[in-house]
Design a protein around this ligand. Structure first.
Ligand SMILES: Nc1ncnc2c1ncn2[C@@H]1O[C@H](COP(=O)(O)OP(=O)(O)OP(=O)(O)O)[C@@H](O)[C@H]1O
Ligand SMILES: [Mg+2]
Length: 314
């Protein structure tokens, strides 16, 4: 199984595998973290590998992936966004770009420099729209994609993977390769699919920790209810720790930005959903603060960073 690791903050950490340390403490299954004030930027120079997933279609995975990537890039991070929705390339549209090449060309040997496109301060490794072949990759092609991403390690410190809907080997394989962040909406179907996604990540990929983002909520009470119900299920049936990130409100600026092909974060930086996503970026960094690190939080470019001795949090 390929996983990108955040670098260890110390050698002692590197040799310790503690990510299951509180798996028996079901009361600790749900943790809530918040970002610091809205004005403090995300930490620059931090390594991050995030996989935005959720099981269900249309819950806001791509929206959050794009805007989280832009939030980190705006703060100075070198950010690579990967469209792992390989057969239905949504990110091109959200970023308003029309790439000439895609991951399929990269798989056929095209240099990555010719495939990666820059837009709005981030770099995108694009998928291919309407490609049955790409949507149904085998495990060796998937491994090739992992290797291609890994080969970009020295050029980026922040990796955001946008995961397709569904629970197939592509979705679950890519989601488990980084830190899974499950997007959930208030609808019961979304909750059921988010739970299914967590269950498959736990059982098929031995994932012990995931983040959850309530999206399209109309109040903080609704966000708490959504997360509470999901956490109750997880706590009862799964041996997995869930950390709640700040909720993203239902916000008409989100589809509006999509229509313009400009990330919300740049289209309307002060929109409520944009502010929420900046909070999420900070909350993720707070979670990874050296005193709160867990092994599972260190899946990022591990080989490269260990080899080069980089990766300490500034
Ligand atoms: N917080 C929000 N407020 C309002 N609309 C939203 C919000 N989040 C997402 N949307 C809208 O919901 C729709 C689906 O969003 P998005 O494409 O990000 O979902 P997805 O989970 O990536 O979907 P798919 O599974 O098809 O890839 C879009 O029209 C988007 O503008
Ligand atoms: Mg999508």
């Amino acid at each position: 199984m390929t996983r990108w690791h955040l670098p260890p903050s110390s050698r002692a950490h590197a040799n310790r595998r503690t990510h299951g340390s509180n798996v028996n403490d079901q009361a600790a299954t749900l943790r809530v973290i918040r970002g610091s004030s809205d004005t403090s930027p995300p930490v620059v120079g931090r390594q991050r590998a995030l996989a935005i997933t959720g099981g269900k279609g249309g819950v806001g995975k791509s929206t959050i992936a794009v805007n989280l990537a832009v939030a980190y890039a705006t703060a100075g991070a070198r950010t690579l966004l990967v469209d792992t929705d390989l057969g239905m390339a949504d990110l091109n549209l959200l970023l308003g770009v029309a790439p000439n090449k895609s991951l399929l060309d990269a798989l056929h040997g095209a240099p990555l420099d010719e495939v990666v496109v820059s837009a709005h301060g981030i770099d995108l490794l694009p998928a291919l729209n309407g490609s049955y072949l790409m949507a149904n990759l085998g495990s060796s092609a998937r491994q090739r994609i992992f290797d291609l991403i890994e080969s970009l390690a020295t050029r980026f410190d922040t990796l955001v993977l946008d995961i397709a809907a569904g629970l197939g080997p592509n979705q679950i394989g890519f989601a488990a390769a980084a830190e899974p962040i499950v997007v959930v909406n208030p609808e019961p179907l979304s909750m059921a699919d988010a739970y299914a996604c967590l269950k498959v990540l736990r059982t098929e990929q031995d994932v012990r920790h995931a983040f959850v983002i309530p999206n399209r909520v109309t109040s903080t009470a609704q966000a708490a209810e959504v997360v509470g119900r999901l956490a109750a299920l997880v706590s009862r049936f799964l041996d997995l720790e869930l950390t709640t990130l700040p909720p993203v409100p239902a916000d008409p600026s989100v589809p509006e930005a999509g229509q313009y092909g400009v990330p919300l974060m740049l289209h309307r930086p002060d929109a409520p959903a944009a502010r929420a996503i900046r909070q999420i970026a900070r909350a993720l960094d707070a979670h990874h603060a050296p005193d709160r690190r867990t092994d599972v939080a260190r899946r990022f470019w591990r080989r490269t960073l260990l080899a080069s001795g980089q990766g300490e949090t500034p």
